[in-house]
Design a protein around this ligand. Structure first.
Ligand SMILES: [Zn+2]
Length: 292
């Protein structure tokens, strides 16, 4: 019964920094031309729980965390652009929200481009994969770096504010999303469900919600890099350089094929939104595109 409860929330997507690099480095079969890969953040407004973020995108903390070697190599391999108008604080302010008014952050995984802004959100509970945190802390400095993880980005009081997704109640996902297994009910009202999307990183989760317009959105993190144009809706696989980053390539491929099954079986009332897909952002209704 629980799976049928699906209260609506409001979703606005923000572009919080971006990288520009040849598409073929990220997308299987991609071209040599340069592509823009935004770091997308979901601003969710819940009627009772207030402002919630899906990931944080980049911040100046990324600069600090990569100032020294060997971490500086990370900055060299993914040159980041963070113009003033893409910083999180002014963007939230434009939507009437101060940083300390963000009540929860959902960390899809602990790669730096998804959590670099955590230190700027002093009051937020942080939903994260327990296995993601365990893996990050168990790895040595170089192994962590190879997996795009920078422990300096975690707030000093992370353990006090963290909430392990896997310890929340699990339940069947709404019908159209069943191929992805059970979800974890974040607030206990069925409005926000964490969806396991294993493979790209240890403890990698997407977030399923229903927007005000009744459309269902799966914020898919890095489970896929791009969703093809509206007619084909093909979830694109990663190219070999990003596969090197994968926690478990076989699991990532399996997740991708499950996502494709969901896309094939549904219509435009459901949307899969990858974290770095400029096309998916451009296809959103104007009111949901929060970054000019
Ligand atoms: Zn990632």
């Amino acid at each position: 019964m629980r799976a049928q409860t699906f209260p609506r929330t409001s979703l606005t997507m923000l572009r919080v920094g971006h990288c520009v690099h040849p598409e073929c480095l990220a997308l299987r079969g991609g071209a040599w031309r340069s592509g823009t890969f935004p770091a997308l953040v979901g601003l969710i407004r819940h009627p009772d729980a207030g402002a919630i973020l899906f990931d944080t995108g980049y911040s100046e903390h990324f600069e600090h965390a990569t100032a020294r070697f060997p971490e500086r190599l990370y900055r060299w391999t993914t040159p980041v652009t963070l113009p003033a108008n893409e910083c999180l604080q002014p963007q939230l302010a434009r939507h009437g929200i101060a940083l300390h008014e963000v009540h929860h952050v959902f960390a899809s995984h602990l790669h730096a481009d998804h959590i670099a802004g955590l230190r700027d959100l002093p009051r937020a509970t942080i939903w994260h994969g327990a296995s993601a945190l365990r893996a990050a802390r168990a790895a040595g400095r170089i192994a962590r770096l190879r997996k795009a993880t920078l422990l300096d980005l975690l707030p000093d009081d992370f353990d006090a504010r963290g909430s392990a997704i896997e310890s929340l109640p699990a339940s069947a996902l709404p019908h159209a999303w069943r191929a992805l297994g059970d979800g974890f009910d974040l607030l206990g009202d069925g409005s926000l469900r964490a969806v396991p999307l294993p493979g790209h990183a240890r403890g990698h989760f997407g977030l399923l919600l229903r927007h005000e317009d009744d459309r269902e959105y799966l914020l898919a993190g890095d489970a896929t890099w791009r969703i093809g144009h509206a007619a084909s809706r093909t979830a694109r696989a990663s190219a070999w350089p990003t596969r090197l980053l994968a926690d478990d390539w076989a699991a990532q491929r399996d997740t991708l094929s499950k996502l494709q099954r969901v896309l094939d079986a549904t219509d435009d009332s459901r949307c899969v939104l990858p974290s770095h897909c400029a096309d998916s952002y451009a296809r959103l209704p104007v009111a949901m595109r929060g970054t000019p």
